[in-house]
Design a binder for this molecule. Sequence first.
Ligand code: PGA
Length: 254
Amino acid sequence: MEPPVRRPFIAGNWKMNLSRDESVALAEGIVEQLGEASCDVAVAPPSLYLDAVSQAISGSSVGLSAQNMYHEGNGAYTGEISATMLLDVGCKYVILGHSERRHILGECDKAVNQKTLAALAAGLIPIICVGETLEEREAGKTQSVVQQQCEDSLAGLTNEQMAGVVIAYEPVWAIGTGKVATPDQAEEVHADLRRLLESRYNSEVASAVRIQYGGSVKPDNAGELLSQPNIDGALVGGAALKVDSFLGIIAAAK
Ligand code: PGA
């Protein structure tokens, strides 16, 4: 049997950038110039602008993603946003466990796991971020760190749920630094992750899960990264803030 073809997935994580007007203009620019993309495309604006961006991309093939959520359905959780609220404004995806949330905001694997289960139960597609720090890489711990993050963040998922999850491998030392992982470095980790999925789930799940690379992806390095057999897309920060560079990365995925 032929393995399923994984459709590439390029997502732009706008982080805590842009004003409301700039967010809408960027979304409109992407929609206008995207044409027929041969990959899935999503944008993740600041949560306050999800609604406005949702309207700007309405009727297009661009999907909406949140950058975070809380695992409870509703209640006294000041400042938090639930999966249902994200669905309400048109989200299809939610980024969970981004390294900035793990390292700056103290989010642990258990919290990422609770959010993942809640997102899936609500019908959102989670994009689960994992990645090692420079110190961990230099100590030869990349594989064990990334595998542990995956196992703990993805605990308790059924095979069917797992097949619909997106994993983003984002080495912390490559995020926002301009220091991109080489295609070989990235491919090595992606291939390890796929082997892990095969041993924890099965070969169908392992060949269905899309694993994005993230960390200083730009139009000029995207082609080589995306041509690696186990790199199925990109989670893009800085270069997703301009129509041209984001579309340049999408073009490289074709
Ligand atoms: P970067 O960010 O492309 O600016 O390195 C990637 C990310 O944090 O997802």
